[in-house]
Design a protein around this ligand. Sequence first.
Ligand code: ZN
Ligand code: ZN
Ligand code: FE
Length: 752
Amino acid sequence: MELLKRAVILISGVVQGVGFRPFIYRVAKKYNLKGYVRNDGKGVRVEVEGGEKDILEFIRSVEAQKPAMSQITSLEVDFKDNLVGYTDFLIEESIKDDRKEVSISPDISICDRCIEEMLDPSNRRYLYPFINCTDCGPRFSIICALPYDRKETVMKKFTMCFECSREYKDPTDRRFHAQPNACHVCGPQLFLYTSTGRLVGEKMKALEEACKIVQEGMIVAVKGIGGLHLVCDATNTEAVSLLRQRKRRLEKPFPVMFKDIQQAREYTRITPHEESLLTSPQRPIVLVQRLQEEKLSPLVAPDLDRVGVFLPYSPLHYLILTKVNRPLVVTSANISREPMIKDNQEAIEKLPQSADFILLHNRDIKNRVDDSVVLSVGEKRVFLRIGRGYAPLSFKLPAKLRKNVLAVGGHQKVSVAIAFEDNVIISPYIGDMETVESTEAFQETVFTLFKLYNFWPEVVVSDLHPGYYTTKWAQLFSEENQLEHLKVQHHIAHALSLNLDADVKEEILYVCWDGTGYGFDGNLWGGEFLIFDGSNIARAMSFRYFRLIGGEKAIREPRRVALSILFQLYGKDILRLNIPAVFSFKEREIENLYTLWEKGINSPLTSSVGRLFDAVSSILGIKHTVSYEGQSGMIMERFYDPSIKEFYPFKIENGQIDWSLMFFGIIEDRYKRPLAVSKFINTLSKIAVEVSKMYQLNIGLSGGVFQNGKLLGRILKDCKKEGIKVYLHSSLPPNDGGLALGQLGFILKMVK
Ligand code: ZN
Ligand code: ZN
Ligand code: FE
């Protein structure tokens, strides 16, 4: 007879709330092993007794066949000499633990098997909008505390009916320990309210009414997984126009939800890589190419050749999209610039201004999560925002930190991160710190992470910008609690974020191009080349400075940036120039602005490449004022012609990229938009290549400018031709959503 062995196996990573224990149970049974599996604060602990060969096979199967949404970051096996004498394999109750190193699973879209059941008239969950199983359903959005157990989620107020609790307790059932498990009888239900708060229907009636209302061209607020959305018919221009007015969102594109990939294809061109992103369990919004002759309202994404597309990810969305049977605008329900609304009471108080009806349910949203947004460039996934499906994001550092660190990010697109030892947890996208509500959401997120991970920082790290809300908060918070406060320069944080995110192991040139970030010289940087050799980081080169006339105002008015460039090239005498940007001003205005420019009054210096996009767009008459961040660059993508290979001349002198020759060329081509836009983007790519060659270093790209798919695509192609390796972000956005990780990177790599 074979000698019996005992093994203790510790597995960490995303292993809770993803069907890991039932999976272990099934595999253990298969190899006839005895023992137990349980969740603890560190992940999953398994003890097995059986033949040594069976145990080894068991471990191999666990690694090879793990549940789709799980991630194993470590699996430690410890063979013991003595036997306990287990007689069966059991799934044990969770153990509470002080150190919480386990990663929380993000929310997961409805799985195929649940869809099948939901559409089966003989199933007891027929058309139930909250159907879920261990492979799918809400996770982070419903968690109050760890470990992930029903009593620590918002589901604790729903007592499971006999049938549901039988499934929940049966290790062979797909709903074994599915914490949000529920049905028509015992689970959450829908309620439809008018904008004045009158209840007009419940359950199926609420759903049917809401769908009818959307078909009639009205706007319905719908409570989903991580917050509320405003929903309307994307093919009905009147409805979309009404939504724009009420949301006070003039031009910023709305995402569109399609019932399935076939329907999405009638409106957009979807590559196989984009399809794999759209149908992945994370179901992000993917920015895809629109078809020329599609029938979406032109107000959905004005002036853009791309539109954000996503597929239903919750059973409720699935039912609505199927019933309405046309593409719907599904956009975060919020008052202009505030965070997405998530609570019923708040919805009824705030949404009457924007929604005709409000479709709510009584499953609370504990943690807000916005939809994730991604872009596919040359088969590479580029995040524009990490939220539902991807965040909270667990990240392993290459070495251990000596202290607990909180990183608070920047000012726009803020995500925060906590770190202990080599564990990093990055929060979902919170938003721009422009309103009181956003700053409250920021604090709420920080303290939620503290609570979930039983965490308290010893060091707080922020941006260098003295005016950022997050910097000031970090200052105050660290003073009050006697913590260390460190500030990291914006572009250094971008570079170190990329260094960790792309796992860079060599000395490279970090190309950090973005809107603006506060520089060491007090100017606004944004066109930087940094070199990091593993212990030192230095600014190797940057774009030549120009002025932002009127500071903040110049960010909303690209024509002011254009004017500033023109002043720098031609002096005061620009009226004679036949340039659209100039015509957009009155003569008197130009004189006043010249005075501001010349004296440098409220006109800070900047090297920002993002602002150069603005200048070009105004010089070409594409956009003189913008209504959202990055708009001119996004519109310019439409004019890019990849068959144009030429670029403008430029000079590299004294560590500076001199753009004057480029602008002379752009001014000459100003009435040939596709040519000028293409040559401008090609020039930027050429600049990156030239600097890379000068230093004989591979490059990495970080900063908001690299959300531009056309520029990114061009650089990847040009570098490939030159044999230059390009590092891109992998799990985080290149924009300021990635700053928090870079701030942690600074502590890890630079603070000795
Ligand atoms: Zn499912
Ligand atoms: Zn039930
Ligand atoms: Fe930035």
